[in-house]
Design a protein around this ligand. Structure first.
Ligand SMILES: [Zn+2]
Length: 144
């Protein structure tokens, strides 16, 4: 559908700002990137990205009755959909990254480090902080 790739935080944050405000300008995006993330984005980079979003029909110039030349952009309905999909995908990525690095006890939720108890339940390896938690988990998840 679209060849726009959101492969870095600058673009992702630009979308976040577009989503959170009624109308944003390139200047506003650059300022927020700087103040919120400490990132210096070149205006060319931001305006190129905005132009691309506009040519895909994801954003449009905010109507400004006072001036014919509006610098602000707002999301279109297909832009909103586009962003929602991106956010979902990023959400999954972030969850997967956290899960792969972090093990928690399947019973009590405590963080696990080197020393933990592994139990195979229903063909699936599960991690617990101790045998007692494993036992409690098995008891509470026993098939009824
Ligand atoms: Zn536990």
């Amino acid at each position: 559908m679209s060849d726009i790739k959101i492969q870095n935080l600058t673009k992702f944050y630009t979308l976040t700002l577009l989503k959170s405000k009624k109308s944003v300008t390139g200047y506003y995006i650059i300022k927020r990137l700087e103040s919120d993330l400490g990132k210096t984005a070149s205006p060319t980079y931001i305006y190129d990205f905005l132009n691309k979003l506009q040519s895909e029909g994801y954003i449009e110039h905010t109507p400004n009755p006072k001036s014919k030349k509006s610098k602000g952009f707002q999301l279109t309905s297909s832009g909103k959909q586009f962003i929602d999909n991106i956010f979902k995908r990023f959400g999954n990525l972030i969850e997967a990254a956290i899960e792969s690095k972090l093990k928690i006890c399947a019973s009590c939720g405590v963080k696990l480090y080197e020393d933990f108890h592994v139990e195979t339940i229903g063909g699936k390896e599960m991690n617990f902080c101790c045998k007692h938690c494993a036992k409690a988990y098995i008891n509470s998840h026993h098939e009824k």
